[in-house]
Design a protein around this ligand. Structure first.
Ligand code: SF4
Ligand code: SF4
Length: 445
C-alpha cells in the first residue's frame, strides 16, 4: 500500500506542511494545495519488477557490462561486499588469462556492440577482487575491445596498491578509466596500509593521476559509513596525498552496505539516526554552493528534483545499481551470467550462461516494489531500494543505512528548494508497521 507523507518544513517564521507522494512524485502545500514545483508530467516506461517468482532476462543491446575477472584480492577490507564470496571463486591470474580468447570469441552471442556496433552508449567495467591482480587478462581484453568498439567506455576498479607505470601508459593508450577505491582518512583502519603511505605505491599513484587526469580517465570512489562520510574531508585527504588542488580530484561514493556480520558494524544505529542525519546534512550543506559535485551530491539532488518536476512514477525507476535492468549484465570470465559483479556463480548467483543467452533469468533479486518497506518509504525516489539481493537481517541493515542517508538528502533537497528545514515526516507507516513519525533536522543544529 502506497502512502503520502506530511513533511514539516520549518524556518524562523514557523512551520508549513508539504504533502509528498513518493510513488507519483507529487508535492504540494497542505494549506492551499499549490504545487511546490510546477510539474511537466512525463510518461515513464515501466521497469520490469524483478523478483525470484517473476525473473527478468537480459537483452543483447546492453548499455552496462561488468566483467568479473576473479575474486582474488591482496587486501581484506572489513566491509567488502565480496568477503563471503571470495573463497568460492579461486581462478588464478594465469587461469583467467588463458580464458580470454574464448571469452572474446563468444562476445557476439550476447552483445550487439551498442547503438552503432562501435560501442556507443555502452559502459564496460572490469572488476575483481583486486582487478589489477588480473592485469594481463584485463589489458588483453581491453585492447581487443577497444579495437572492435572504438566508442565504448572502458573502466576498471582498483584498490590502487598494485598500479605500475606500465599499466598507466597502457591505460592512457587504450582510454581505460581507472576508478581508485579510497576512503581517505579511514583507509588504514578499515582496509590495509594506505598505498599513499608506501613510497613506491604513492609514487605510482601520483604518476597515474598526473598522466590520466588530463585525459579525464581517473576518479576516486569512497565507501562512506557513519564514521567516515565527509566528502570534503575525503577529497582533501586524497588531494593532499597527490599534492594537487582538491578541485582536480573527482570523487564518487558508495554507501557501506552489510553483506555479512562484519559489515553490520558499519550500519548506522537506528537509535542514533537523528544525530547522524543532522551531521551528514550539516556536512553536505558545507559543500554548498560550489562543491556539490563532490561525492556526486549534485547528481543525486538533480535526479530527485527531476523526479518532482516530471511527476516520476516509482514504477519507472529501477534499482539504484541498475543491475535489475535487462540492458545491464555481469558476466564472469567463464561466461556465467551473475546477479552482479560482487557475487559468484558458485555462491548461488549464477543466473545463466552466455551459451544459452535466451535462458538467462535474473531470479535472485527483488525490485524495490517487491519489498514491504520500500512501498511505504518517503525516500524511495532517492534510495531506489538499496541492494536488490539481500534478505533478512542484512537487508534490514542495508535499509536502515540507506534510510539514514536518504533522509539527509531529502532534507538537503528541501532546504535548497524552500530555505526551510525538514524537521519531521509523518505518515500512516514509514517503512515498518508502527513507525508513523520520523524526526529529522533539529533546528538548533
Ligand atoms: S546487487 Fe547492486 S547494490 Fe547489490 S552488491 Fe550488486 S551491484 Fe551492489
Ligand atoms: S530506505 Fe529502505 S525502505 Fe526506503 S527505499 Fe531504501 S531500502 Fe527501501
Amino acid at each position: 500500500m502506497h502512502t503520502k507523507y506530511n513533511l514539516h518544513l520549518t524556518d524562523t517564521q514557523g512551520t508549513r506542511i508539504a504533502v509528498y507522494d513518493p510513488y507519483s512524485s507529487k508535492l504540494f502545500w497542505k494549506d492551499n494545495g499549490e504545487d511546490l514545483i510546477v510539474p511537466e508530467a512525463l510518461d515513464y516506461k515501466e521497469v520490469e519488477k524483478v523478483s525470484p517468482t517473476s525473473p527478468v532476462g537480459k537483452v543483447k543491446n546492453l548499455q552496462k557490462i561488468k566483467i568479473q575477472m576473479g575474486f582474488a584480492c591482496n587486501y581484506s577490507c572489513t566491509y567488502c561486499s565480496q568477503n563471503n564470496q571470495r573463497a568460492l571463486q579461486k581462478d588464478t591470474a594465469q587461469e583467467t588469462l588463458a580464458k580470454v580468447p574464448s571469452f572474446l570469441m563468444k562476445l557476439d552471442q550476447w552483445f550487439d556492440g551498442g547503438t552503432d556496433a562501435l560501442g556507443s552508449g555502452v559502459h564496460l567495467e572490469f572488476w575483481g577482487g583486486e582487478t589489477l591482480l588480473y592485469w594481463d587478462a584485463v589489458e588483453k581484453l581491453a585492447r581487443a575491445l577497444r579495437l572492435r568498439f572504438p566508442k565504448i567506455k572502458l573502466a576498471l576498479f582498483t584498490n590502487g596498491s598494485l598500479v605500475t607505470k606500465e599499466m598507466t601508459e597502457a591505460a592512457a593508450e587504450i582510454a581505460l578509466h581507472f576508478i581508485v577505491s579510497h576512503d581517505g582518512p579511514t583507509f588504514n583502519q578499515d582496509r590495509a596500509k594506505d598505498p599513499f603511505e608506501i613510497p613506491v605505491q604513492s609514487d605510482n599513484l601520483k604518476h597515474l593521476f598526473n598522466r590520466l587526469n588530463p585525459l579525464k580517465l581517473i576518479s576516486f570512489n569512497a565507501t562512506i559509513s557513519p564514521k567516515n562520510y565527509s566528502f570534503i574531508k575525503i577529497r582533501k585527504y586524497i588531494a593532499d596525498k597527490l599534492g594537487v588542488d582538491p578541485k582536480l580530484v573527482v570523487l564518487t561514493h558508495d554507501l557501506a552496505t552489510p553483506y555479512d556480520s562484519a559489515g553490520m558494524n558499519y550500519v548506522a544505529n537506528p537509535l542514533l539516526r537523528r544525530e547522524l542525519v543532522n551531521d551528514i546534512f550539516a556536512d553536505m550543506l558545507k559543500q554548498y554552493p560550489f562543491e556539490l559535485g563532490v561525492g556526486k551530491v549534485d547528481v543525486i539532488l538533480h535526479d530527485f528534483f527531476e523526479s518532482l518536476r516530471t511527476n516520476r512514477s516509482s514504477s519507472g525507476v529501477g534499482q539504484k545499481c541498475s543491475m535489475d535492468l535487462p540492458t545491464s549484465i555481469a558476466v564472469d570470465i567463464d561466461g556465467n551470467v551473475l546477479t552482479c559483479q560482487n557475487v559468484t556463480a558458485k555462491g548461488g548467483h549464477k543466473i545463466g550462461h552466455i551459451d544459452q543467452f535466451h535462458d538467462v533469468k535474473l531470479n535472485t533479486a527483488f525490485h524495490f516494489s517487491q519489498r514491504q518497506e520500500c512501498v511505504q518509504c518517503p525516500v524511495v525516489q532517492i534510495c531506489k531500494g538499496s541492494c536488490m539481493f539481500l534478505t533478512d537481517k542484512l537487508w534490514e541493515g542495508a535499509c536502515d543505512q540507506h534510510f539514514t542517508w536518504g533522509l539527509a538528502y531529502l532534507a538537503l533537497a528541501f532546504y535548497l528548494q524552500t530555505n526551510c528545514y525538514l524537521t519531521k515526516i509523518e505518515g500512516n507507516a514509514i517503512r515498518r508497521p508502527g513507525e508513523t513519525i520520523i524526526e529529522v533536522i533539529r533546528l538548533e543544529s
